[in-house]
Design a protein around this ligand. Structure first.
Ligand code: KG4
Ligand code: ZN
Length: 340
């Protein structure tokens, strides 16, 4: 039996709607529409909650129509919306819209954890469902987590960041050298033209016990370096070399912490998801470590690594296939943990 579901994602500043088709083997994206207007926030100096809410409110009906049209206007049996973690007022818009849509269409309604969505992406982007056990690294602008998933509802957090998220570190360091915001992808493009090792930055937490992350020391070291030598703040080979060193420092830190998680658990499947996993340097470093340890490595491809609604629709489909009831009473939970 195959089913179709619609997912809604509004946990931060991005609005996304997707329709997928799923069966016992896995799922397939039928149509997705997403929009974000970072320039409106940038003009105000960062993410402004009220502006985010107004954008979601304005965009959701149009994006829903667009995603449905792209899917060939198939009918769905369930709607899922992100209920946390994230920005409370933004979550409430998606949740209310999702409940109303499901109610009007006589569908079931499901409140989905955004991080569970990220955990699904490496598997569902390859057309399958999550397998267990696996160790998952989630690296985005808001989250840096290592999770041991031993069953569909058996998840334990192995490590998290003590300060900034990995994506936040990329963004802050990119901003220091004038690459705009969010600058992770721009920093990667610069890094491709440069060589690590020309500048020297620390590898955060490398060799430390446990699986926690910390990026504030790296940020401070970069600030001190730029105070002494401002050359990387202007375009040219110095900036490219600086970016290559930043990327190597963050990659090596992620590799070290992930390897520690694999050693601690003895688990032999390792996944990575979230916006930072779009970085090819990071991806290659994690893949190499996994291969050296004889561990299966799975990453989310295409548009599945950055925030999206397909992953929310996928978790919704899994819920329905597993026979779970609707969550009509669900409230937004800005701090909803992925641990069970
Ligand atoms: O998962 P995501 O789209 O949204 C959050 O849940 O945060 O991740 C966005 C983050 C941003 O910090 C962005 O700079 C970073 O992912 N990012 C990258 C790259 N592409 C996106 N960081 C490094 N290299 C990239 N290619
Ligand atoms: Zn995310």
């Amino acid at each position: 039996m195959s089913i179709r579901t619609l997912g809604i994602e509004t946990s931060c500043d991005e609005t996304a709607v997707a329709v997928i088709e799923a069966d016992a083997q896995g799922c397939r994206l039928l149509g997705e529409a997403l929009a974000t207007r970072p320039e409106e926030h940038a003009a105000l100096g960062g993410i402004v909650p009220e502006l985010t809410v107004r954008q979601h409110l304005e965009l959701l009906p149009r994006l829903t129509a667009e995603a449905k049209k792209k899917s060939g206007n198939v009918s769905v049996i369930g709607v899922g919306a992100t209920a946390g973690p994230g920005l409370a007022p933004a979550l409430l818009v998606g949740l209310s819209f999702g409940k109303a849509l499901a109610w009007a269409q006589k569908n079931s309604f499901h409140a989905i954890n955004h991080l569970e969505g990220h955990l699904f992406t490496p598997f569902v982007s390859q057309g399958g469902w999550p397998t267990y056990p696996h160790v998952a690294l989630i690296v985005s602008g808001g989250h840096t987590l290592l999770v041991a998933a031993t069953g569909p509802r058996a998840r334990r957090i192995l490590g998290t960041t003590r300060d900034d998220a990995a994506g936040e570190a990329f963004d802050k360091l990119a901003r220091m050298v004038g690459l705009g915001y969010p600058g992770g992808a721009a920093l990667e493009r610069e890094a491709r033209e440069g060589e690590p090792g020309c500048f020297s930055l620390p590898r955060p937490m490398r060799g430390m016990p446990g699986c926690d992350f910390s990026f504030s020391g790296l940020k401070n070291a970069a600030r001190l370096l730029l105070e002494k030598d401002p050359a990387p703040a202007t375009p040219g080979p110095n900036r490219a070399n600086f970016c290559a060193e930043v990327q190597a420092a963050i990659s090596e830190s992620l590799v070290d912490r992930s390897e520690q998680a694999l050693k601690e658990t003895g688990i032999e499947t390792f996944t990575v998801s979230g916006g930072v996993s779009a970085n090819r340097g990071v991806l290659q470093a994690l893949k190499k470590m996994s291969e050296e340890r004889g561990v299966e490595f799975i990453s989310a491809g295409g548009g599945w690594n950055t925030d999206n609604a397909s992953m929310i629709a996928a978790v919704t489909a899994r819920r329905i296939l597993d026979g779970q009831d609707s969550d009509w009473d669900a409230d937004a939970d800005p701090r909803w943990s992925v641990a069970t």
